[in-house]
Design a protein around this ligand. Structure first.
Ligand SMILES: Cc1cc2nc3c(=O)[nH]c(=O)nc-3n(C[C@H](O)[C@H](O)[C@H](O)COP(=O)(O)OP(=O)(O)OC[C@H]3O[C@@H](n4cnc5c(N)ncnc54)[C@H](O)[C@@H]3O)c2cc1C
Length: 419
């Protein structure tokens, strides 16, 4: 009997790869028609791949960075002070803007997040109570809210003490010149014949020896099952467990945030922004854009807007075309309808609408404690194991490297239980 892994994202690939390397017979069932989950690279839109999901590598000492180095993948580094901030209606590069006292205060807020030990307010409430100036507020909405795939009203201040993503918000992250998915090619090659696409699992029976049932009613017995589906799939009870999941597991899934959201990707005939710009932080409805091909292509002029949380929900409810909406926001920022005039093509990567993902990535709400992540990650009866970015207890939830770490952790748990 095999070990069954549910989901072929970063966590599922790492779990199956580690199990096979240790001599186990592992198979992955993936609901969608593609590998990689929230790592998804699009060819053909520009002369370099466009990342619809994960795009940045966070920090130098993590498994993604190591895999990129081992594969000789070139990296593209970006400097925070090359970012552009709209302040009082004017565009300023951050190296000029940071001498403004209100922007400096925003930098101080970010730099001190890791040391925050105060009340567990939302980031929004914290800023209101600290009388944070409104004119620089949108910089934090972009750097903290958008960065965590949500909005400041939902993101918990205490979460920053535990999760690296918060206090890394001003550090220099980097992108890959090639496809993000290429990081997983060696694993995918090693797992050849062990991955079944278009195979959604509907139910897991674990009272006795574990069994999974596919949506097409096919059934498979397993020695162990590794569940790597996104948090939303557990939260929305889209995977049926029999016996039911214990109450602490259900409560854990309900206590972690993961909101709807999308990337709006816009290709232009001309570049109408400063060449050195990477991020653009605006005071509009969409607080963050970036230059998706910077340092990778001289001829592709692409801006990506990213929105999650309450703003993404509002955008869904407005019944507007997100591409047109983003263009109008850029017209307002750059003036003279320059974005609309230069517009060539647009596309939306709406992760909330993806039936097997249903959102962006997990973030700490006011209910998310370390104990909550541990409860989500805890195996059931030495038979059912849990991986996926939301189960990361090492401070790297919401990232690709965090998902990889959980896949390897779950594989080690399976081995300890079976060997
Ligand atoms: C827009 C966006 C931008 C991001 N940017 C970054 C970034 O810059 N840097 C970074 O490090 N991270 C980023 N992330 C987060 C990162 O992509 C994720 O944390 C990581 O890829 C999650 O991997 P995973 O294996 O946990 O889950 P997933 O990749 O979601 O894999 C889970 C898999 O389970 C499958 N599945 C679901 N239900 C079933 C079922 N019933 N049966 C079988 N299969 C099922 C899904 O189809 C999916 O393939 C971003 C994510 C998004 C969406």
């Amino acid at each position: 009997m095999r070990v069954i892994v549910i989901g072929a994202g970063a966590a599922g690939l790492c779990a199956a790869d580690a199990l096979v390397a240790a001599g186990h017979d592992a198979i992955i069932f993936e609901a969608s028609d593609h590998l990689g989950g929230r790592v998804r690279s699009l060819e053909g839109f520009a002369d370099v791949p466009i990342e619809l999901g994960a795009e940045e590598v966070h920090g130098p000492d993590n498994p993604v960075a190591e895999a990129a180095k081992a594969l000789g993948m070139e990296t593209v580094h970006h400097i925070t002070t090359d970012d552009v901030l709209r302040l009082d209606g004017e565009l300023r590069s951050l190296d000029q803007a940071q001498i403004d006292p209100d922007v400096k205060r925003a930098f101080d807020v970010i730099d001190n997040l890791g040391a925050y030990r105060g009340e567990n307010w939302s980031a929004e409430e914290f800023l209101i109570r600290s009388h944070f100036p409104r004119r620089a507020w949108h910089y934090l909405e972009s750097r903290l809210g958008v960065e965590h795939g949500t909005t400041l009203d939902r993101l918990a201040m205490r979460g920053f003490a535990t999760y690296q993503r918060g206090w890394e918000a001003r550090e220099t992250n980097y992108t890959l010149r090639g496809r993000y998915l290429d990081l997983f090619q060696p694993m995918i090659a090693r797992l050849e014949g062990r991955i079944r696409l278009n195979s959604p699992i509907a139910a897991i029976e674990w009272s006795d020896a574990p069994r999974v049932r596919l949506q097409n009613s096919e059934e498979h017995a397993a020695r162990a099952v590794v569940v790597t589906v996104p948090l939303t799939i557990l939260r929305e009870r889209l995977l049926h467990f029999s016996p039911q999941l214990p109450p602490e597991k259900v409560a854990a899934a309900d206590s972690i945030g993961m909101d709807t959201g999308m990337k709006i990707i816009l290709k232009f005939k001309h570049r109408f922004w400063e060449e050195r710009m990477y991020f653009l932080h605006t005071d509009g409805f969409l607080p963050q854009f970036w230059t998706a091909c910077k340092g990778r292509s001289d001829s592709a002029h692409v801006l990506t807007a990213f929105v999650g949380g309450a703003r993404a929900e509002a955008l869904d409810n407005m019944s507007v075309d997100p591409v047109r909406f983003a263009l109008e926001e850029l017209d307002e920022v750059f003036g003279a309808k320059i974005a609309s005039h230069s517009f060539e093509r647009g596309l939306i990567a709406d992760w909330g609408a993806d039936p097997w993902i249903r959102g962006l990535y997990s973030y700490p709400t006011m209910q998310t404690t370390e104990a909550v992540r541990e409860a989500l990650a805890r195996p059931l009866g030495g038979k059912i194991f849990f991986a996926g970015e939301a189960t990361n207890t090492l401070g790297s939830s919401g990232t690709v490297h965090g998902a990889m770490e959980t896949g390897w952790r779950a594989a080690a748990e399976v081995r300890a239980a079976l060997e």
